[in-house]
Design a protein around this ligand. Structure first.
Ligand SMILES: [Zn+2]
Length: 250
């Protein structure tokens, strides 16, 4: 029973926090306040009432259109809220009532805020990294990391991405370098490599898919952070059991 309550609570918390990180990801890179003005329709200014703000269900009840002017609401927001809810619920299933669950929540929400920001403005705001990195570092230690793992992970993430940054001359943003430094803090040296591998793979598939479906031109930059977020969380959740399984085979 207590397990079920914890699980449901995690799902609701995930949806609610993600509707907040959506606001952060949209407003912070534009240097707007995250408190005022209240959420409103970008085309007609209609201010959202409390029930319209309910994650996922508000969007469904409105059938994806603004009540003021009928303009379509971007499905990105409810999709992210759904991903946040699933991610929180899944983390709780894996780690129960523990510091690792708290770390997973904070890590996922940071990545979701940055993904929204990248999708809407192609920016990875420094201020989000500056606020979240120390919190994530503390949680990583409290969740049981060795003293050297975050340091080695951050150093490795930074040096690899900085190398790619200078070699590719702009194929990668400076924001991606900082982001992988933070990812290294949480994942440590082995898993930051796994996350980089998975993120690049997902990014390549997404990029080829978008070009093949003519959604974007060949030269157009593609936001990479959503792929990084997915690759990184998959690493966080599955890398340990993958390596356990792999070394048992040998
Ligand atoms: Zn409207």
């Amino acid at each position: 029973m207590i397990e079920l309550i914890g699980f449901l609570y995690s799902i609701i918390l995930g949806a609610v926090i993600t509707s907040f990180t959506n606001v952060v990801g949209l407003r912070v890179p534009r240097k707007q306040s995250i408190v005022t003005p209240r959420s409103h329709c970008p085309s007609c200014g209609h201010e959202l009432s409390p029930w319209e703000l309910i994650p996922i269900f508000g969007y469904l009840a409105l059938r994806g259109r603004c009540r003021g002017c009928g303009e379509r609401i971007a499905p990105t927001y409810p999709i992210f809220e759904l991903l946040g809810a699933i991610g929180y619920g899944y983390s709780y299933t894996l780690y129960g009532f523990s510091m690792t669950t708290l770390l997973a929540f904070a890590f996922l929400s940071t990545l979701l805020a940055l993904a929204v920001s990248d999708l809407s403005t192609m920016l990875v705001p420094n201020v989000i990294l500056r606020i979240t990195a120390p919190v994530l570092l503390v949680l990583t230690y409290v969740a049981g990391a060795t003293w050297w793992s975050p340091l080695a992970g951050a150093l490795l993430g930074f040096s690899l991405l900085a190398t790619v940054f200078f070699v590719s001359k702009g194929g990668l943003g400076a924001g991606d370098v900082k982001l992988f430094t933070m990812i290294g803090l949480v994942l440590g040296p082995r898993d930051v490599l796994v996350a980089l591998f998975l993120s690049s793979l997902i990014g390549a598939v997404v990029g080829m898919g978008l070009i093949a479906s003519k959604k974007i031109g060949r030269k157009q930059p593609i936001p990479f952070v959503p792929s990084i977020a997915l690759g990184t969380m998959l690493t966080f959740w599955f890398s340990e059991s993958f390596f356990d399984w792999y070394f048992e085979l040998m």
